[in-house]
Design a protein around this ligand. Structure first.
Ligand code: DGY
Length: 427
């Protein structure tokens, strides 16, 4: 399933995970097929590509398409079948969600879910191992992203400081044509300067054969994102449960979850502001921007209680404004920042997927009332405005792609599921 027919006409990695969570209610067979399609494109080194290209979609229908990435053939797959970047590894969480709902569709569905989980387990483990070894560019137990697209929060102010050191070769935009602004309003999308940097980073990574050795010294963008790493640890928590079903050792996943949680807590928390920030591995500095990715560590049951409370304080403050202040889910960026932008993608608008993660974190830490308010605010927003890609953080109006798969999929989950994640802290 594609995120959106016109704007994103291929399969995207973390979209596939969110979409599977919704399909679990209405079409589990399709949820498994989507996850399989993604993991069939897994690289021999374990990386799961951020886009799997649909061979039936023309090169010109999306930029940067298969020709730009120019990925070589691997594992019996033809060349140019995927990109060489990754995205947040939410798939173990998604697979567990699809599995645990399977029984409600009957015995045959439950049996098939066990088989699918067994097929996925070693692949999910290989994905985790790629991210925790080859991508530990900072050597501190966290995975680095090498491109803002890997965070899923493409133009978040979280990357501004690190991106300012990345050359913006505007000539690239005369050689290549952006397709996104033909399908969406340019004022809602990343700027041309952002795009020139995005393309330059891909070309650099590509010219090194998408290899990860010595990233910190030779690649211009190497950043540890609190949300990406929290999802990495949440995946280990999901793997504890999956290992239990497929007869593998859950202990190793428990240990890894604890290790990543500790690294997030120690390296990405800014004690002076009591907030989680992205860290530029090349300079060692935390980003000055307070963004929604700083709220996602709430997903982790092992987070020290004081840090969980600090996240809730930040979320409730006028910077983000939980629904009891605004009636809306939280925006992607600090509402009080001078460069808060109500329209431009991850620089202000509301996104359902990160709010879904935040709500889950609230449930993990026992903030049941806040979680329920956030759930209601998300359902109301989508009911009022439609299944848009993102939403205006003041008016709630829909922005971006009008029929966006993860908004629809997560809405199904928000309507149906009020249960607490299996790995929530004991009350
Ligand atoms: C896009 O095309 O804007 C995507 O976010 C890249 O992954």
């Amino acid at each position: 399933m594609v995120p959106s027919r016109r704007l994103y006409p291929h399969q995207w990695s973390w979209d596939a995970a969110f979409i599977a969570i919704g399909l679990a209610y209405v079409n589990p067979t399709r949820a498994w097929r989507d996850l399989r399609s993604l993991f069939e494109a897994q690289w021999p080194d374990g990386r799961v590509p951020h886009i799997v290209f649909d061979p039936g979609t023309a090169e010109n229908d999306y930029f940067p398409g298969p020709g730009f990435w120019d990925v070589p053939a691997y594992s019996g797959r033809p060349a140019r079948g995927s990109t060489g970047l990754v995205q947040p590894p939410l798939h173990a969480v998604a697979a567990w969600e699809v599995y645990r709902r399977a029984a409600s569709h009957g015995a045959e569905c439950a049996r098939a879910a066990g088989d699918e989980l067994a097929w996925l387990y070693p692949r999910l483990v290989a994905q985790q191992e790629y991210l925790t070894t080859r991508r530990d560019a900072g050597g501190d137990g966290l995975a680095s992203i090498v491109h803002p697209w890997e965070s899923g929060l493409d133009n978040s102010p979280s990357w501004d400081a690190a991106m300012s050191a990345v050359p913006a070769d505007m000539e690239l935009l005369t050689r290549f044509t952006r397709r996104d602004i033909e399908n969406a309003d340019a004022a809602h999308r990343p700027t041309d300067v952002d795009y020139a940097r995005y393309l330059g980073l891909v070309l650099d990574y590509r010219s090194g054969g998408y290899a990860d050795a010595d990233l910190a010294s030779r690649h211009a963008f190497v950043v540890e994102c609190p949300s990406f790493n929290s999802i990495l640890a949440a995946a280990e928590h999901a793997l504890v449960h999956i290992a239990g079903v497929v007869g593998a050792d859950p202990e190793i996943h428990r240990r890894r979850a604890a290790r990543i949680t500790k690294a997030i807590s120690e390296h990405l928390f800014d004690a002076s502001t009591q907030t989680f920030r992205a860290r530029d591995v090349r300079t060692g500095r935390l980003s000055p921007a307070r963004c929604v990715n700083g709220l996602v560590p709430l997903l982790l049951p092992g987070l020290p209680a004081a840090q969980a409370a600090a996240i809730m304080t930040e979320a409730a403050s006028p910077r983000f404004g939980l629904p009891d202040r605004t009636g809306l889910p939280v925006p992607s960026y600090d509402r009080t920042a001078p460069d808060f932008d109500t329209l431009r993608y991850w620089r202000g608008p509301i996104w359902i997927n990160v709010n879904w993660l935040l709500r889950r974190g609230m449930l993990v830490h026992g903030y049941r009332g806040e979680a329920e308010d956030l759930r209601t605010a998300m359902v109301r927003l989508v009911h009022r405005s439609g299944h848009f890609e993102y939403f205006h953080p003041v008016t709630g109006e829909g922005i971006g792609a009008p029929a966006f798969s993860w908004t629809a999929a997560l809405s199904l989950d928000l309507l149906a599921d009020r249960s607490v994640p299996a790995y929530a802290r004991a009350a």
